[in-house]
Design a binder for this molecule. Structure first.
Ligand code: NAD
Length: 505
């Protein structure tokens, strides 16, 4: 396994039919530490032949894997969760080096994925079908949840541990084989998890990995042997993947971009609310799909904005591996330029810049892609900083007078990933949860990502496809329901004659 001491100049390997192999491509991309610009390794843009070989290996392995007893599949997941737990710190160090988030947050990234592996250990009950005896005389109906076939997963840079673990453990536990295409920006920690999956006993061909960008993704979306695609990433790419794979007859789930609001009622617990807002807006440098982007201050809660800014000022910007860091770098210099451009647009379009993170310089890491906590007040819905996903540590504040106005504002926003409400009133919370049109709602919780025995249920512009990742919905996504209606005759059974109606008797 790669560790911090030997990731330098490493290359991300392909995994095809149980072998970790070097790509033969001429097209490579650097993997860069966002705090230092140090090149940590290189990732190949795999050739079409390599992608096809990975899919062929998955197709060949399917024959035996789909009939491998469910307890065997389950035991591999039990072993995998044990190995991930034992290697947590090593993986976190690599994840921080290539992604930039703090070590504590890197462990959180792995932990949230580990919980999905733990849940996959219950596949014996999760994949159970249904049975009704006696739907007509002597007739029973039951369902089987059968594996779909070869499935593929395409993952983003912001959770290189959690999101691959949303996908391949559940797909494989259900009896499918899998081709994973990790983010090309930070594939090294993902590959450490894949190495552990092989060590846990996932047989050759059941899990395969290819690296690359658009060409590799498009090949996965159009190849006849792929039955389902799970995508997590930006709205533009997610829409493309959904359309392309859909046109080629695949089952697709596309979890995409977001603009998450939190509504602050004047009766909320002030201290808890402000702490939650600061953590949710600026943690992971704002690079979470459930990060808080917009605080909607209702009525007198606007009096708290000064204290919010003071709290945000205390956050320490530094490299993720340094102690006490609150905000690490954003993923690339291109991402930093984009965030800075959006902050500039906020100023130009007339929002009030209360805290400016543009000119942060971190001693010892002067080349890092750092942006400090940034807060805009008096934001309006026509501004770019309101309309576009910034994916950086930038919080926009909007003022309204009533809960109804807050709900109307949020429901008019096209995204539907997450929303929060801070209040002490159960009645207000109940109205909010009923009337808000967002797939994941937090009541006094700023980032309401469900635990793995529920499912991730972002909605509207943040998602395409009906079923979400992990939880029971993932079992439905990765299986085909087959419904059997059966009748058995004794030799002595009296004939009822020919029946030309649709009724069973
Ligand atoms: P991205 O869309 O740039 O990349 C995602 C994947 O798509 C990567 O594997 C990448 O290699 C591939 N890709 C990139 N360009 C492509 C193209 N033109 N054609 C085909 N494939 C392409 O996303 P990102 O920047 O890595 O991740 C950040 C985005 O992901 C944000 O928008 C964030 O909100 C979103 N996200 C959503 C969720 C969710 O559950 N809704 C979770 C995490 C991240």
């Amino acid at each position: 396994m790669n560790t911090m001491s030997n990731i330098q100049s490493t290359t991300a390997k392909l995994l095809i039919n149980g072998q970790f192999i070097e790509s033969k491509t001429q097209n490579w991309q650097d993997i860069v530490n966002p705090a230092t610009q140090e090149v940590l390794g290189r990732v190949p843009m795999a050739t079409t032949d390599e992608v096809d070989a990975a899919i062929a290996a998955a197709q060949a392995a399917l024959k035996t894997w789909r009939v491998t007893p469910i307890q065997v599949r389950m035991r591999i997941m039990l072993k995998l969760q044990d190995l991930i737990r034992a290697n947590m710190k090593k993986i976190a160090a690599v994840l921080t080096a290539e992604q930039g988030k703090t070590l504590a947050d890197a462990e959180g990234d792995i932990q949230r994925g580990l919980e999905v592996v733990e849940h996959a250990c219950s596949i014996g009950t999760l994949q159970m079908g249904e049975y009704t005896e006696g739907v007509a005389r002597g007739v029973d109906t039951y369902t089987l949840q059968q594996p779909l076939g070869v499935c593929a997963g395409i993952t983003p840079f912001n959770f290189p541990a959690m999101i691959p673990l949303w996908m391949f453990p559940m797909a494989i536990a259900c009896g499918n084989t899998f081709v994973l295409k990790p983010s090309e920006q930070d594939p090294l920690s993902t590959m450490m998890l894949v190495e552990l999956a092989v060590e846990a006993g996932i047989p050759a061909g059941v899990l395969n990995v290819v690296h690359g960008g658009k060409e590799v993704v498009d090949r996965l979306c159009t190849h006849q042997d792929i039955k389902a695609i799970s995508f997590v990433g930006s709205t533009a790419v997610g829409t493309h993947v959904y359309n392309l794979a859909g046109q080629h007859g695949k089952r697709v789930q596309s979890m995409m971009g977001a603009k998450n609001h939190v509504v602050v009622m004047p009766d909320a617990n002030k201290e808890q609310t402000l702490n939650a807002l600061v953590g949710a807006a600026f943690g992971a440098a704002g690079q979470r799909c459930m990060a808080l982007s917009v605080a909607v201050m209702v009525g007198e809660s606007k009096e708290w904005i000064g204290e919010l800014v003071e709290k945000a000022k205390t956050l320490k910007v530094n490299a993720g591996h340094e102690p006490n860091t609150d905000i690490g770098p954003v993923i690339s210099s291109r991402a930093k330029a984009r965030v800075t451009d959006l902050i500039n647009s906020g100023v130009e379009q007339g929002a009030t810049l209360l805290l400016d993170g543009r000119d942060v310089v971190v001693q010892g890491y002067e080349q890092g892609n750092f942006v400090g906590a940034t807060i805009f007040d008096q934001v309006t819905t026509d501004m770019r900083i309101y309309k576009e996903e910034i994916f950086g540590p930038v919080l926009a504040i909007i003022h309204v007078d009533t809960l109804e106005q807050a709900i109307e504002l949020i429901n008019a926003n096209p995204f539907g990933n997450g929303v929060g409400l801070f209040t002490q009133s159960g009645a207000v919370a109940r109205t909010f949860q009923n009337e808000i049109d967002i797939g994941q709602v937090g009541i006094n919780i700023p980032i309401p990502v469900p635990v793995p025995f529920f499912s991730f249920t972002g909605s509207r512009g943040s998602k395409l496809g009906d079923l979400g990742p992990y939880g029971k919905q993932a079992v439905q996504f990765y299986t085909q329901t087959k419904t059997i209606t059966s009748r058995w005759f004794e030799d002595s059974h009296e004939s009822t004659g020919v029946n030309t109606t649709i009724n069973l008797r």
